[in-house]
Design a protein around this ligand. Structure first.
Ligand code: GCO
Length: 446
């Protein structure tokens, strides 16, 4: 494969609740994912993140694995309930100390720390007051962002305020298959707006605390009409507005996409009252980069019975990963070039902040994990990034999801996304073939 631009950032990504475990240590408070996972029937096989990869105790070993791989960066998230167990008030020193040590360990291994402030583990105490449906949560987030910024910004390369506010809004508040498990449908819009407001307030707080580079990690998927009926084209446009523009137009243009406003207005005009004068200028605080998380295109069909009047179908004639996602690398090129086309010169530099797939991995008798599909997946998506760069989308980094097999939300431990296999009974880490492939790929890039 041809070379990527000099300075291109190569990393791996994880999230706190998915790997840390140690949920009762260091003064950590409960998060909505603790509550959700401990509610029978919510997570496959009753799995929880109580232990996960025990990364809280094994982070040195995990950093050493990344160093040996040859990565230059690590994207992890800070668990808000470690820093503020109840989501408000004074910082919990033990929580900050954990991340302090992690950051120092990374720097000692020549890895840039990239920090996500919020990857869905809201302190339960805030959910008890309405969670992201409550405007006050945005102000609590600002306060928390400042605390983390003050402690870590002297050593962190890039901060991401939120991870995938779209997925959190959709699955957490509209559909309810993720924590906090609310099923509000379109009426979940305040959870979208308040996350965006929290983002804007946090950008300001992080800069005041001395952060160098501030961005966000958004989820994107090109909307492909499933058929050529006019209704399907309309449905695809609506999906595009909800999935791709609702969480980027306000950041970059300072306005909500008209189509999304139409959907809200058509459901309940009172929904728009959560947008207060001045909010959009807070939300549109300038960004240093835009993180892009991509899985697959949305194959969209008009469906009056589906949420938002659409249903999503399969994309035919594709290889499928273990979690049932089709492999569609050109959708990543389309996403990256699409952002550049939509926002032009106002488009911040792009980073692929999460790319990877689930494979039904097993350790063979010779001790190897032959995850050829994952290798092909990364190769194809890296080609897709290269194509986007050639077509003028300024892409500056790629973070593989994930370093380790981990707690895959409602799927529990049934889906393995890691470059490194984790035996959850013994916590033994085994680098997979994809880990070794990435290692030689990076040597060639050097
Ligand atoms: C995200 C993702 C991850 C998932 C991964 C596989 O928000 O970045 O949801 O947390 O584990 O994308 O589904």
């Amino acid at each position: 494969m041809a070379h990527f631009p000099t300075g291109f950032v190569w990393g791996a990504a994880t999230a706190s609740y998915q790997i840390e475990g140690a949920v009762h240590e260091g003064g950590r408070g409960a998060s909505i994912w603790d509550t959700f996972a401990h509610t029978p029937g919510r997570v496959k096989a009753g799995d929880t993140g109580d232990v996960a990869c025990d990364h809280y105790h094994r982070f040195r070993e995990d950093v050493a694995l990344m160093r040996a791989l040859g990565l230059g960066a690590y994207r992890f998230s800070v668990a808000w309930p470690r820093v503020q167990p109840d989501g408000r008030g004074r910082a919990n020193e033990a929580g900050l100390t954990f991340y302090d040590r992690l950051v120092d360990e990374l720097l000692g291994a020549d890895l840039q720390p990239w920090v996500t402030l919020y990857h869905w583990d809201l302190p339960q105490a805030l959910e008890d007051r309405g969670g992201w449906m409550n405007r006050d949560t945005a102000h609590r987030f600002e306060e928390y962002a400042f605390m983390v910024g003050e402690r870590l910004s002297d050593r962190v390369t890039g901060f991401m305020t939120l991870n995938e506010p779209y997925i959190h809004f959709l699955h957490g508040y509209a559909l309810g298959n993720h924590a906090p498990g609310r099923t509000l449908g379109v009426h979940a819009f305040p959870a979208a707006h308040h996350q965006l407001l929290g983002h804007g307030l946090a950008v300001r707080a992080l800069r005041e605390a001395g952060a160098n580079m501030v961005g966000i990690a958004n989820n994107h998927a090109p909307a492909w009409p499933a058929g050529d009926r006019d209704e399907d084209l309309d449905a695809a446009n609506r999906m595009d507005a909800l999935h791709n523009h609702l969480f980027t137009d306000p950041l970059i243009r300072g306005e909500y996409p008209a189509l999304a406003l139409d959907i809200l207005q058509g459901t309940d005009p009172a929904l728009l009252e959560v947008i207060r004068p001045g909010d959009l200028s807070v939300i549109a605080a300038p960004l240093d980069f835009l993180g892009v998380n991509y899985d697959r295109p949305d194959s969209v069909r008009a469906d009056p019975t589906g949420p938002f009047g659409v249903s999503l179908g399969r994309i035919p004639d594709r290889e499928y990963t273990a979690s049932g996602w089709p492999v569609v690398p050109e959708g990543l090129t389309q996403t990256l070039t699409g952002l550049k086309a939509r926002y032009g010169d106002t488009c911040p530099p792009l980073y692929v902040t999460r790319s990877g797939c689930s494979v039904a991995d097993v350790i063979d008798v010779d001790g190897r994990v032959r995850d050829d599909l994952r290798i092909r997946y990364h190769e194809a998506h890296l080609e897709a990034v290269r194509d986007a760069i050639t077509q003028g989308a300024g892409v500056r980094g790629y973070f593989a999801w994930s370093l380790l097999d981990n707690f895959e939300w409602a799927e529990g431990y049934s889906q393995r996304f890691g470059l490194v296999h984790v035996d959850f009974a013994t916590q033994v880490r085994t680098p997979k073939d994809s880990y070794h492939w990435f290692q030689s790929f990076l040597r060639e890039q050097a």
